[in-house]
Structure formats: structure tokens, C-alpha cells
Design a protein around this ligand. Structure first.
Ligand code: BDR
Ligand code: CA
Length: 315
């Protein structure tokens, strides 16, 4: 079977790391062209350091490219209240020896996309700054992207505001470029990511397995659950994992084709992924497959299988 070319643009971030691990464990199906970083959950230097630390700990690597240090227009508002001071608190990583490439992420993504004969899938799990600038600067890459699988947005309710999800709220202008690019979007918004949750029992199971990767994940997830528990959550959404899982296993998801646009106003609707839900209006060209449901059992099964596979590979 032909491997799927993927680029992963991210801001690690606990759930970003889980998403990267899922991709790394499935390199028999995915040709990972590289991982690029963008400011979001933490500052650009910290999220880049997190990828370098992760790769150093794992002893595996893909190319790493460093992207934008702030949203296109807005001030950066990090997610340190969720992901901690480092952006990836909860596990002691070794000093990083793996280096990032010197090519800027936007140029890097262009080169990778144009160098592939087949189209690629662009996976985005942070604010869309790099992706928006890529599409605006080098529109020739559009023909080389099959679809963009992104974590962001929400049809029904937000997390940072009543209406907006963090990744879209952080850089709504970039999201506006991406959603209006003409490239098909698969949106793992909060509607589905809150159904792709992990429980405390699941985390204890990872702890019991106690391999190189399962142990690290258990520790990271224990930190990640602190914020959510304080906020009143009983279970913990693994948001970014959905964007990779969809590429590997579409059948476990359900969604709806919708016309979605981004609110770039400075009102209480900033960053909203506004969808036309009127059943009687037929849109010729919808731009987004909004994922709305997932088979959680299968989701966790496949994710844990990936972690355990890496445990075995990395002994
Ligand atoms: C998104 O924001 C970040 O905290 C997570 O990594 C995820 O990408 C969820 O709103
Ligand atoms: Ca993220």
C-alpha cells in the first residue's frame, strides 16, 4: 500500500505529543515529511525545544522546522495554564541533542510539498499561522495538498470563549486564509475531540505497562489532567490526536460536510468557526468536513497500540 505523505505543524503541547507519537508509530502507513513548530501552547522556542527533547528521548527523528513566533496580527496568548511553564510539563526529558533544521518552516513546507510526486496531507494541531502564511506566500502548494486535517474550532461551543476554540481564536486571520483556501478541510473541533477522551483508568493502564513511551505518556497525561480536573472535567479530551487518527482510520469518525467561515471580528465571536447549519440551504461547495463523533473505544485502542508498538521498537 502506498504510504500517505504527511506534514505535521504543531505547538507541543501534551496532546500534540500524543499526536506525533501516533504518527511515528505508523510510519509503515505514513511518510512523515517533517514536523514544523508554531507559537501557541507556549512560545516558539519552548515548543520547538519540546519536539527536540521528545526526539532525543525517543532516539528517532523526522526533520524539524521552526515557524512563526507569533500570530499574523494578534498578540500571542499562550496556553501555559493547560500545558505548564515548559509547554510540556510532567516528564523529565534528557537534554536535547537533536537539532532543528535551519530552514524556516514555511519554506520547508513548500519544498517538501513540491518535492513529492503524490499529494500530501497537511496535519495542523496548533494555531494556523504557519499554514496560513504558507498558502498566502506560496499558493502553488495548494495543488499538492490533498486535504488539511486540523484540530481546531467547534460547531457548537468553544473553550477559550463561549464560541471559540483556542487554536482558531489564537490566530483567526490565519484560520480565515486556511478555511477560504479552496483546500478541503477536515476539522477535528471540540465537538469530536471531547468525545475522544482518555479516563483516569486508561492513564493507570499506561502506567502499569511501564514501557519507554507508555511511562512517558502516563506522566505527561497526569499533568494534563490537572488543569482539566480543576475545571471540573471527569475525562480528558485528547484533541490533537484526532487530526492524525483521522488520516489513519477515517472509519471510526462521523462528520458533516459544512460551509464554515472564520470570525475575525473583535467581538465576543472572535475565532468562531461559523457553520451554516440550515438544513434547507443547499451549498454547492462546502469547504469543511466537520467531525462530530468518534468511536472512543477504537480510538483509545489504536492509540494505545501505537504507544505499545513504540515501547517495543525502542527497547
Ligand atoms: C487545542 O489547544 C491546545 O491546548 C491543544 O494542544 C489543542 O491543540 C485545544 O483547544
Ligand atoms: Ca496543539
Amino acid at each position: 500500500m502506498q504510504k500517505i505523505n504527511v506534514l505535521i505543524d504543531c505547538d507541543p503541547g501534551h496532546d500534540d505529543v500524543m499526536a506525533i507519537l501516533l504518527a511515528l508509530a505508523n510510519r509503515d502507513k505514513l511518510n512523515i515529511l517533517g514536523v514544523s513548530t508554531v507559537a501557541g501552547n507556549q512560545t516558539l522556542d519552548k515548543v520547538t525545544l519540546n519536539v527536540r527533547k521528545l526526539y532525543t528521548y525517543l532516539g528517532i527523528k523526522t526533520p524539524i522546522a521552526v515557524g512563526m513566533e507569533r500570530p499574523i496580527i494578534r498578540e500571542l496568548k499562550t496556553g501555559d495554564f493547560v500545558h505548564g511553564e515548559s509547554g510540556l510539563d510532567g516528564f523529565e526529558f534528557p537534554e536535547p541533542t537533536v537539532e532543528a533544521d535551519s530552514t524556516n518552516a514555511i519554506i520547508f513546507m513548500r519544498e517538501k510539498l513540491l518535492s513529492c510526486h503524490e499529494k500530501s496531507v497537511l496535519i495542523a494541531t496548533g494555531p494556523l499561522t504557519n499554514v496560513g502564511l504558507l498558502l498566502r506566500t506560496f499558493p502553488e502548494v495548494k495543488d499538492k495538498i490533498e486535504y488539511i486535517s486540523l484540530m481546531g474550532g467547534s460547531i457548537f461551543k468553544g473553550n477559550v470563549t463561549p464560541f471559540a476554540e483556542y487554536n482558531i481564536y489564537a490566530d483567526p486571520e490565519a484560520a480565515h486564509i486556511v478555511f477560504n483556501s479552496g483546500i478541503p478541510i477536515v476539522m477535528s473541533g471540540l465537538d469530536v475531540t471531547h468525545k475522544a477522551y482518555i479516563t483516569n483508568e486508561d492513564i493507570l493502564e499506561l502506567e502499569r505497562i511501564d514501557g519507554k513511551v507508555t511511562r512517558m505518556c502516563a506522566k505527561l497525561l497526569k499533568f494534563f489532567t490537572k488543569f482539566h480536573t480543576n475545571e471540573g472535567y471527569k475525562n480528558f479530551p485528547l484533541h490533537d490526536v484526532c487530526a492524525v487518527m483521522y488520516v489513519l482510520n477515517k472509519d471510526i469518525f462521523e462528520g458533516q460536510n459544512l460551509l464554515v467561515d472564520i470570525d475575525t471580528s473583535d467581538t465576543m465571536h472572535r475565532g468562531r468557526t461559523a457553520a451554516d447549519l440550515r438544513e434547507w440551504v443547499i451549498h454547492e461547495n462546502t469547504n469543511t468536513l466537520a467531525l462530530l463523533d468518534v468511536d472512543r473505544e477504537k480510538f483509545i485502542h489504536d492509540l494505545f497500540a501505537a504507544f505499545i508498538k513504540l515501547d517495543k521498537e525502542l527497547i
